[in-house]
Ligand binder design. Sequence first.
Ligand SMILES: NC(=O)c1ccc[n+]([C@@H]2O[C@H](COP(=O)([O-])OP(=O)(O)OC[C@H]3O[C@@H](n4cnc5c(N)ncnc54)[C@H](O)[C@@H]3O)[C@@H](O)[C@H]2O)c1
Length: 293
Amino acid sequence: MSPGEIVNDLSLPVQIPESQQTAANVQHSALFSLSDKLIVTTGGGRGLGIALAAAILEAGGHVVCLDILKVPDTEQWATLQKIAKRSNLECSYRECDITNEETLEKIMDEIDKDAQRVGTQFYGVVACAGIQQKLLAVDYPQADFERIQRVNVTGTFLTAKHTARILIRNGVRGSIVLIASMSGQIANRGLSCSAYNTSKAAVQQMGRSLAQEWGQYGIRVNTLSPGYIRTAMTDELLAAAPELEKIWMAGALLGRLGAPEDFKAPAIFLLSAGSSFMTGADLRVDGGHCASA
Ligand SMILES: NC(=O)c1ccc[n+]([C@@H]2O[C@H](COP(=O)([O-])OP(=O)(O)OC[C@H]3O[C@@H](n4cnc5c(N)ncnc54)[C@H](O)[C@@H]3O)[C@@H](O)[C@H]2O)c1
């Protein structure tokens, strides 16, 4: 076997160019660049996902947003299009349910083929799609508990799986970022979300397990665990129980809840060469919430 060659489970020998192997020769200014790279973002129809899609464009990458929504949020999508046009980058949207493996695989393969046609590298994913539900554990219906795991755990796994298959096939040492939550490590005071919290702990363990398997291909897998962010997801929780805001603010060491934009730099760091020696890690960004009891 020649240096740099690896044989993968798909039985395709791939040659890893030396330039892709470390950040050693990367200038500081390029450490956070996603230039010539294409990143898929699930949950990219609104909220955190669409904010991270904007960050990918700002870092010079092309982006494809996948979401179960028929169309993305109109205002945010218009902003995204403006950034893409200004920088001559591709930004597209596909309706996709991440729990439907057949459809997901087909869409991911089409995205890869399109990227190859225009000479762009399919480089990674931000798996951001997720759902939440507040219900007392003693009343939690089995079907609801399973629905949360199906989207947050199985859907995230399938997203990572089909990204890794493309990266391995193409010999690309890419990056996979799974959006977990601080709720994977702590139980939120006043918030009865046992199914969600269980699913986010699973995502964190999934990240470590996949990193263990795919490090041999140079594919990095990390989780990003946000604290409270003002999005449609939390607006819904706060509308049902306004007293929660006071509890959340009591743990906010910086005196505020997060905004989707607070996660742009952490996500770009995990995707780009700046974190090239980082895999199997969890990056918690929570405004200090978990630091104090
Ligand atoms: N908002 C917070 O405080 C917070 C905190 C920690 C972690 N998170 C995580 O961040 C991610 C984004 O959350 P958000 O706050 O932007 O919520 P959001 O509800 O605004 O966005 C989630 C997106 O996922 C999409 N989605 C749901 N099911 C899907 C499916 N089966 N296939 C494809 N897309 C699907 C939704 O349509 C939506 O656009 C989630 O994984 C969430 O758990 C959020």
